[in-house]
Design a protein around this ligand. Structure first.
Ligand SMILES: [Zn+2]
Ligand SMILES: [Zn+2]
Length: 130
């Protein structure tokens, strides 16, 4: 494992971790000050193609990288503060299709599916109701 990959992997660890490439870059520079954003992008692409991280898009923001690949989960997005949390499939009531879906639909080759629940997190709900 290269120092670059280790620095990126250390940032991307745990549950409820969804970081943009820029955020990964910022955090990785704490352990590897000379790491460039381009290297972070390359490393993230490598980790994604190895299945070590998952790319998540939610809420129209930048693409996020999610290290929680061992526990199949959906996402819960707070539309107020943008917090993105993991929702275990069991708790969501929606089954996750098994792996990338092969096949074609109107000429589209399907490679995956994302389920994102939207709502307001407890902290935002509390500040609104005061
Ligand atoms: Zn919130
Ligand atoms: Zn996640």
């Amino acid at each position: 494992m290269t120092p670059q990959r280790r620095a990126v992997a250390e940032v991307l660890d745990g549950e409820n971790v969804h970081l943009s490439a820029e955020a990964v870059h910022l955090a990785a520079r704490r352990t590897l000050p000379e790491i460039s954003l381009a290297t972070v992008y390359n490393t993230l692409n490598e980790l994604a193609s190895m299945g070590e991280v998952k790319e998540v898009s939610a809420g129209g923001g930048p693409r996020l990288y999610d290290p929680n690949v061992d526990n199949p989960h959906h996402h819960l997005l707070c539309t107020s503060c943008g917090d993105l949390r993991d929702v275990p499939v069991e708790a969501s009531g929606i089954e996750l299709p098994v792996g990338p879906v092969p096949g074609q639909l109107d000429g589209f080759v399907l490679t995956g599916v994302d389920v994102t629940f939207r709502g307001v997190c407890p902290a935002c709900a509390a500040s609104v109701s005061v």
